[in-house]
Design a protein around this ligand. Sequence first.
Ligand SMILES: Cc1ncc(COP(=O)(O)O)c(C=O)c1O
Length: 451
Amino acid sequence: MLSRCGGHGSQSAYPANRKVSGLFLSPAALILLLLSACRLPKINIMLKFATLTARHLFVQKRERTMSNTRLAPASKLPALGTTIFTRMSTLAQQHNAINLSQGFPDFDGPDYLKQRLAYHVNAGANQYAPMTGVTALRQAIASKTGRLYDYLPDPEQEITVTAGATEAIYAAITALVRDGDEVICFDPSYDSYAPAIALAGGTVRRLPLQPPAFRVDWSAFSALLSSRTRLVILNTPHNPSATVWQTEDFAALWQAIAAQETYVLSDEVYEHICFAPGGHISLLTHPQLRERAVVVSSFGKTYHMTGWKVGYSIAPTAISAEIRKIHQYLTFAVNTPAQLALADMLEAEPQHYLTLPDFYRARRDHFIRALSASRFHLLPCQGSYFLLADYSALSDLDDVAFCEWLTTDVGVAAIPLSVFCSGAFPHKLIRLCFAKQQATLDAAAERLCQL
Ligand SMILES: Cc1ncc(COP(=O)(O)O)c(C=O)c1O
């Protein structure tokens, strides 16, 4: 922390001869005082004397204030505190609770990926990567996208590797949103969107989605849309509701925004964790929307390596150029050996992401079976690794208080759904992460079934 001016411990950055008492007069002021004392009939000299003395006293006061006080900037995000994810994980640790709150797996990623990381580190790939991402990774992302969504982005111009999807989201919002713009987000929604919008000078306009289906009401959407709507942010498969967008949702979105300059940010970090019969429908499959959209994804989710923090954005050349201007000065480049290892993994073992829906479906179904004897009512889960549970049969507590009690008294940590919403959220829903080993899920279910 910056302690005192200059930030060098207790040493002041101001020269010693300026640390003077309130009675000290500057040399210029002294000369003027002498001249005026000699009764020179110069009224302007008297005036100058008064001005210089006042300014000197003001500077002294400011220096005294600054050198004695720790600086604390007025917050640009005054409403933000520690996130609920950190709070619940800390509480879980303190009470030795099973942590189903934060969204990360308690198992490791593929061996091949780890071996390739070690290989590239030992082969000396340890210097800065190209700003846009290593060529091999951008090419591998392009061909995977082409195979899955029948759309081949240009790896040179349209794909940018970022420090997790979080950076891609931040860079896209910063690039697109200007002072006074409006951004439509759906409530509930992932927590990193709103702060980035606020920092860019934009205003969030939220459209509440109602459980259990959490579908967009397109007439309510149109009512929210205005000439100032610069961006719409969607997320499919959706965290926290575990719902997915259908082809008709993209069609409705296009119909609503086609006539104005509104961009779309599609957060698809769970693209490979989708259980819907037709699989994940990417915005990239919509020929018009993809001409004005940024699609982001995350290798952390796909390869069970959330700590690697490597993600990417796909956007048309003109939008990517603006995103890259932000990325260039935010992180500049992303971990080189991790990018090379991910490129190898994408090319050598496509079956990993192709079988990921089955891998997580088995965990989801196992957890649902284990909870079937409980008094929780479980909502449908079509994607992501989150399951929503309605606890109205169990408690009248609000969802934050219920999650705290669940952690401290029952020993299972979960996330209250209201934290993903801006306004009042009257439902009694909690989010449970099932990206866990079977033994973890069984132990959690056993405790939850006793309630
Ligand atoms: C919906 C959503 N978007 C973005 C992210 C961030 O992804 P990353 O860890 O790659 O930054 C997450 C992580 O939980 C998420 O759930």
